[in-house]
Design a protein around this ligand. Sequence first.
Ligand SMILES: Nc1ncnc2c1ncn2[C@@H]1O[C@H](COP(=O)(O)OP(=O)(O)OP(=O)(O)O)[C@@H](O)[C@H]1O
Ligand SMILES: O=P(O)(O)OC[C@H]1O[C@](O)(CO)[C@@H](O)[C@@H]1O
Ligand SMILES: [Mg+2]
Length: 462
Amino acid sequence: ARFAWSEEEPYQHKITGVDIVRIHHLSELGFASKRVSNRRSFGYAKFIGANECVLGDIVLREAAEPTTLKAYMRAGPRATLHFDPSETRVAIVTCGGLCPGMNSIIKNLVTTLKGHYGVSKIYGIRGGYRGFTSVGWDAPLLLTEETVDAAHRQGGTILGTSRGGFDAEKIVEWLRAKRVDQLYVIGGDGTHRGAYKLSELCIEKGLNIAVAGIPKTIDNDIGVIDRSFGFMTAVSEAVRAISAARVEAECNAPNGVGVVKLMGRNAGFLAAYATLASQDVDLCLVPEVPIDLVGPGGVLNHIERVIDAKGHAVVVVAEGAGEELLGVSAVTDAGGNRQLPPVGEWLCDKIKDHFKHEGKEATLKYIDPSYMVRSVPADASDSYLCMTLAHASAHGAMAGYTGFTVGLVNNRTVMVPIPELAKASPRAMAAHGRTWERVVSITGQPASQNSLAKPLPGTTKI
Ligand SMILES: Nc1ncnc2c1ncn2[C@@H]1O[C@H](COP(=O)(O)OP(=O)(O)OP(=O)(O)O)[C@@H](O)[C@H]1O
Ligand SMILES: O=P(O)(O)OC[C@H]1O[C@](O)(CO)[C@@H](O)[C@@H]1O
Ligand SMILES: [Mg+2]
């Protein structure tokens, strides 16, 4: 490709080729394929060819060396199905924390697998990975187009979810006993690590089962993909909390301060995007950037300066921020996620102490919307995304692909090998990247927050 940046400075990109990141196909692994032709296409859409792909990085940077472009397999219906739909049995499970859109994914999986392909049976596993081993009230449900009809209007997951309780041997044994052909796993990075182990164990045990993931997280901490479903809905809910904090801060004298704590364990995407979307925030603290509390460039002085100038201030803090000051807990939850220190309350105390020390009074209102940002149904944009992801996943598994997940890459749906996604997850915001630069520019917070930034492992350019 030849481009001229200017008459004086012509520049040529040297692209040597395209590397397509391939995913496993059950027939290539030696499993018998029914080779059924995909007659259920609506007739006007083309099937996706084996080499159709989507470029991973569409930004061409000036490079001295020739570049090979990385690409992902394009998702969508294939001409030949590995499974005969009339005999196909499916299981769906949701794991990890709640996220807007989980029910939309379940509904669209069921409507496409039943309505479009006509599979014979769909099990809905109750309460996450634990549900495979449960007996009793939480035994699997049989899902039909009727039972999921209104699901997308509700928050949460109609199947229930959990952390912990992963037992690969028992889960694979359940799949074998129920003669399940396809397993759909909706969850975050931990869930995907589990899903890949299941796909590998199925192969090892000679089971002709496709395992497909659909990434879910309001933290947007899953690598490779543009964004995870539910994230932007959670951002909108977070903006409502910030608006409330601004109103409280504006109206409560003297020196109103509104502090909002948002979810975001390792990644501050939710806090950063809500800050940028609301335009009401004067200070945003995230896990990726250490907090510089005191001193002329510190955040306490910044809040005081903002209040001196306009009478009030709004602060957003992500729950995972400030571990370098508050200490890292050794306590973990059932999924192995470490307990976080109470950074919101701690910050409120520090702000009040600072004002007292300066002989001033701060009227501080603390808002922790907590689970409210993630327990709502998906908004229109996320509902649309859920529909495309569920279809992408069903088309991939029906075609016989396994150990893959789906996502948007450069706004196109693709299939990604789960290890590729797991390697890049959890991702964090680049502490020297453009999103954080925008946050610093919008809030006016001290740039020293930026220069102190420490890139974390797994950090991406976003
Ligand atoms: N490395 C792993 N191998 C196998 N299973 C795992 C692994 N990590 C987590 N899991 C299982 O995946 C499920 C969900 O894990 P986790 O609590 O890490 O949530 P998550 O999928 O990362 O979602 P969230 O975005 O809410 O953190 C749990 O049942 C957990 O036992
Ligand atoms: O209390 P729970 O269900 O473990 O979930 C809390 C965590 O889940 C997340 O929402 C991710 O799913 C994090 O932001 C948050 O730390
Ligand atoms: Mg996780």
